[in-house]
Design a protein. Structure first.
Length: 363
């Protein structure tokens, strides 16, 4: 009797353990439905590395080894979606666009990758973000959706890359819309959420801007102020009011933008400057562009970012008296992280300079 009871208890225990084991495996092996990206790098003296995913590093740091080629593909992407990419190769320049796991770069030719561009196709509400680890520079700021990561014309090797897919706007996401008045063109079509407003490479001045929030909470406002040729800083305006001039032939030279009653969010913006290209990203009232150099602003990009840990920065004060001129130069800051985070509505204070980024990025 005791023997039968013991056997029964052992059988019951083994059955429970097996069920737990099976259930555990089912839970652990449940496939992810999140859209992601997987990629690998061909590295000098190493060859093709193992694939990595979703912001992990492909390549090396501190070993002086060049990346020679890249392959990328999407995970759990909707039907018809693609990831496209191209590399800038030593002595060869930009290669043609490839997609979905095809190789971009070279093998066995000892040629370094110097820059990369990545973009998504048929992926509304998603953005691809990426950055490069560059010889003598380290990690650059994050860029997105076809922008350059790396360098051109400086003979510097890319040593590593990180790539991630980020969900962007839907009908409930806070955003920003802006419209620019351009020399010889007039008011352009509105841009939004990091798109270019203005022109590049056409030597045309940006003369005025109007900026509005999209899907903003009640009571929220966007304030902005432009620095104009021969006139200095104009009075701050908000919510779609024109800042600058049209029909007078005066160039816009710099801009400040800030949010009001938007806890947990920051506004980021940058300016394409005559003879300099794109400045670094400025944010929350700091200066983007130049002052006192006689250089025209030619284009702008503006975007709203949800801050890590829900922090709220106190914006740099605007200059409310247009008769007060300043010689403050553009303040360049690091590229923002755009991961969704919890909004704890903590409040921190910016320093006067904020954080300075690396030199003006080329595009």
């Amino acid at each position: 009797m005791k023997k039968k009871l013991l056997i029964g208890l052992i059988t019951l225990a083994l059955t429970a353990a097996n069920v737990s084991f099976v259930n555990g495996n089912v839970k652990a092996d449940a496939p992810s439905t999140d859209v992601g990206v997987t990629y690998s790098a061909h590295v000098q003296n190493v060859g093709w590395q193992n694939e990595v995913s979703n912001g992990d590093e492909a390549g090396t740091e501190g070993q002086a080894l060049r990346v020679e080629a890249l392959k990328l593909h999407l995970n759990n992407a909707p039907q018809g979606a693609h990831i496209e990419y191209q590399t800038h190769i030593q002595d060869r320049g930009w290669q043609g666009w490839v997609k979905d796991g095809e190789e971009s770069g070279t093998e066995g030719q000892r040629l370094r990758v110097e820059a990369v561009k990545i973009k998504l196709q048929n992926m509304p509400n998603y953005s691809v973000q990426y950055r490069a680890y560059v010889q003598n520079q380290g990690w650059q700021d994050w860029v997105s959706d076809g922008e350059d990561a790396g360098t051109e014309g400086q003979a510097l090797r890319v040593e590593a890359v990180e790539v991630k897919i980020v969900k962007t706007n839907d009908n409930s996401t806070v955003g920003v819309s802006y419209i620019g008045h351009v020399q010889n063109v007039g008011w352009q079509e509105a841009a939004e959420n990091g798109q270019i407003e203005g022109t590049e490479g056409q030597a045309l001045r940006l003369e005025a801007l109007k900026i509005n929030l999209v899907n903003a909470p009640q009571g929220a406002h966007i304030k902005y102020q432009t620095h104009l040729q021969d006139r200095g800083w104009q009075r701050p305006v908000e919510d779609g009011v024109e800042s600058g001039t049209d029909g007078i032939g005066l160039r816009m030279e710099a801009i400040k933008i800030a949010l009001e009653n938007m806890p947990g969010y920051s506004i980021y913006y940058r300016v394409h400057v005559e003879n300099q290209g794109w400045t670094g990203w400025a944010f929350d009232g700091s200066v983007a562009g130049t002052v006192g150099e006689g250089l025209r602003a030619e284009a702008v990009e503006v975007k709203i970012v949800k801050n890590p840990d829900g922090r709220t920065w106190n914006p740099v004060p605007f200059i409310n008296d247009p008769s007060t001129n300043t010689t403050t130069q553009a303040i360049n800051v690091p590229q923002p992280a755009t991961n969704t985070v919890n909004n704890n509505n903590n409040t921190n204070t910016n320093t006067n300079t904020q954080a300075e980024s690396n030199s003006i990025s080329s595009r």
